[in-house]
Design a protein around this ligand. Structure first.
Ligand code: GTP
Ligand code: SPV
Ligand code: MN
Length: 591
């Protein structure tokens, strides 16, 4: 199907290594997609869901040892170890290719190798980057058809000599001991073997759009970030856009699809969803930052999603959706913890075992029906709040950048940076409690700069420098903020209702960008005055509001020491400006 000799040669090399029985090109047509769905249902790779209730929807279970990204098996393979930095696992390119090739060799015998040409960003736009993923998983193909622009139109722009990222994926035996997710930025290549789970295998997503994307972005002077983008339409009709970086499973999808609460709906606010996970942002000819969502699908966390928390997500996943690792009900619909309605009396859990709501394990702990990191894959166009500008070649102008994480204590509901440089410091020092989106100890606080810890493909000291330089190149850089929806009281209950009510905070943020809302200067940044946040219709006591906005100096002094240790890990690649910001924060806390 291709006129591109280099692409053809690479496919032949990969085929020689993996030895598939046949090679099939993905053309992006509905007919081919339908045939692949039917084939996957026939082999049991997919289960067809109730087509009356969930038209076009399918269900897939990954292996129980393959349900989240495996960061400890993810490597950056640069010639010089230093360039991967302290936040990444490193392997030399030669060792990476050698070790992965041993696993790939012959692993596609009896299988088909699919060739998926795809574009991140609107095809033909200045943002667009082309990749080609080779995979032996139909599940991956069907997900990619939702997640990115695929097929013939991409091959056309690639022409006979266009640049593309080489993405090779093989399931092999899905054994964690024989699993590697390798990035070769110097070769524009990604190799992933031994997994069938989302972020490990949909190579357009974290692997290309972020780990390699961050390389492209630094070389070419733009930003590739783990951020949602949303537009807030004010009562006047003006739409302003924010980009927000929260670590995995910390609320990006939810915020991106926010539905205004009663009190603010009356004011006439409306939300437009641009993206829920990844933002690519460039400085346009007007000297301002403009961003796109390079993807076309949502790969969202299912548990906790219901008509109250995220009605737009519920409307989005009613059709043409692939559900992964949720609970299967007898009537071939799906359920997860925190879904609408009571749990079903019985069903088949994410492992494929019979399940009842009162099921407990050997230790007497309740057995969940869905995995905590169960996901839905759905086209963005099905979201009722989807922006009308998702195909716009310039993207949308970004007024504010928001950082956030899960902090039970410390960080107040919202605060604003004093400058771009202070904002970069806030991003570089942010931390969050670990979630189920990656393997590791849940709840442990870890530093996750710009929510990019697992996704920045090069030395993070250099990444911070790049952020600082971007600020200098912009005529009017976005204002920078930090939010925390997860502060708790002594009983461990969330102080803030979150979800739709987060719009109250966004309203303050955008008012600040226009120089309108009131604020008080505090040691950590500008804080809202208690009545500058619109709390109409919310029943929060003054004590709770005070609790949400409090800055505890002794806790922050401990934070300063902890950030100092974190910064020390970047050695002399940490820009001086960030050390200066830390010292300034320290001084402000002491006065
Ligand atoms: P990734 O797809 O892993 O990058 O995650 P994400 O950042 O898109 O997170 P998502 O929106 O899926 O939210 C993850 C979890 O956080 C869900 O269980 C939500 O219910 C919960 N959550 C989201 N927003 C809020 C909020 O405002 N308050 C509280 N308390 N929980 C929230
Ligand atoms: C995340 O973990 O941040 C996700 C899901 O968005 S994955 O695609 O697995 O990376
Ligand atoms: Mn994510």
């Amino acid at each position: 199907m291709t006129q591109h000799p280099e692409l053809e040669k690479w496919i032949q090399e990969c085929a020689a290594l993996c030895q598939p029985d046949k090679i099939v090109w993905i053309d992006g047509s509905d007919a081919q997609r339908d045939a692949l769905r039917a084939e996957a249902v026939a082999t049991g790779e997919l289960i067809e869901l109730n087509q009356d209730k969930l038209p076009g929807c399918y269900f897939h279970r990954t292996s129980p040892t393959d349900v989240a990204r495996t960061e400890h098996l993810t490597y950056i393979c640069t010639k010089d170890k230093e360039n991967a930095g302290p936040s990444n696992n490193w392997m030399s390119p030669s060792e990476g290719y050698r070790r992965a090739a041993e696993i790939f060799r012959g692993s596609m015998r009896g299988r088909t190798m699919y060739v998926i040409p795809f574009s991140l960003g609107p095809v033909g736009s200045v943002f667009s980057k082309v990749g080609v993923e080779l995979t032996d998983s139909v599940y991956v193909v069907l997900n990619m058809l939702i997640m990115v622009r695929c097929g013939r139109e991409v091959l056309e722009v690639l022409g006979t000599d266009g640049r593309f990222t080489r993405c090779l994926h093989g399931k092999a035996d899905c054994n964690p001991d024989r699993r590697l997710i390798l990035h070769f930025p110097e070769d524009n290549t990604i190799w992933s073997v031994g997994s069938g789970y989302g972020g490990n295998v949909l190579l357009s997503k974290k692997c290309m759009a972020l780990r390699l994307g961050s390389h492209f972005a630094r070389e070419e002077g733009w930003l590739a970030e783990h951020m949602l983008i949303l537009g807030v339409e004010a009562p006047s009709g003006r739409i302003e856009y924010l980009a927000a970086a929260f670590p995995s499973a910390c609320g990006k999808t939810n915020l991106a699809m926010l539905v205004p609460p009663e009190g603010l709906t009356r004011k006439g606010y409306r939300i437009w969803t641009v993206g829920d996970d990844i933002a690519w942002m460039r400085i346009d000819t007007d000297g301002q930052l403009w961003g796109v969502n390079p993807e076309t699908g949502f790969f969202g966390v299912a548990p906790g999603t219901n008509s109250t928390t995220n009605p737009n997500a519920i409307a989005t996943v009613r059709r043409n959706t692939i559900f992964t690792n949720v609970l299967l009900r007898e009537n071939k619909t799906v359920w997860w913890e925190g879904a609408d309605g009571p749990p079903p009396a019985q069903g088949i859990d994410w492992r494929g075992d019979p399940w009842r709501p009162d099921a407990v394990d050997e230790k007497g702990k309740p057995v969940p029906g869905a995995h905590a990191n169960a996901r839905f894959t759905a086209p963005v166009t099905q979201c009722p709040s989807i922006s009308f500008r998702i195909e716009h070649h310039h993207g949308v102008p970004i007024s504010a950048i928001v950082f956030g994480g899960r902090r039970a204590r410390l960080a107040p509901l919202v605060y604003q940076a004093y400058s771009w440089q202070h904002g970069v410091f806030m991003g570089a020092s942010m931390a969050s409690e670990r979630t189920a989106a990656q393997y590791g100890k849940i709840g442990e606080v870890r530093r996750d700069p710009m929510a990019m810890l697992p996704f920045c493909g090069y030395h993070m000291g250099d990444y911070f420098r790049h952020w600082l330089q971007m600020g200098q190149r912009m005529r009017r850089p976005p204002k920078v903020f930090h939010v925390n929806w997860f502060r708790t009281d002594e009983e461990g209950e969330f102080l803030w209702p979150g979800y739709g009510d987060n719009l109250r905070v966004l309203e303050w943020i955008l008012d600040r960008c226009r120089g309108q809302a009131e604020a008080i200067a505090s040691p950590i940044g500008y804080l809202p005055t208690p009545d500058s946040l619109d709390m109409t219709g919310l029943d929060l006591s003054p004590k709770v509001v005070e609790g949400l906005l409090r800055v505890d100096r002794s806790e922050w002094l401990k934070e300063v020491e902890s950030v100092r240790e974190h910064f020390a890990t970047f050695g002399d690649r940490l820009p001086h400006a960030l050390g200066d910001e830390l010292d300034s924060l320290h001084r402000r806390l002491l006065t």
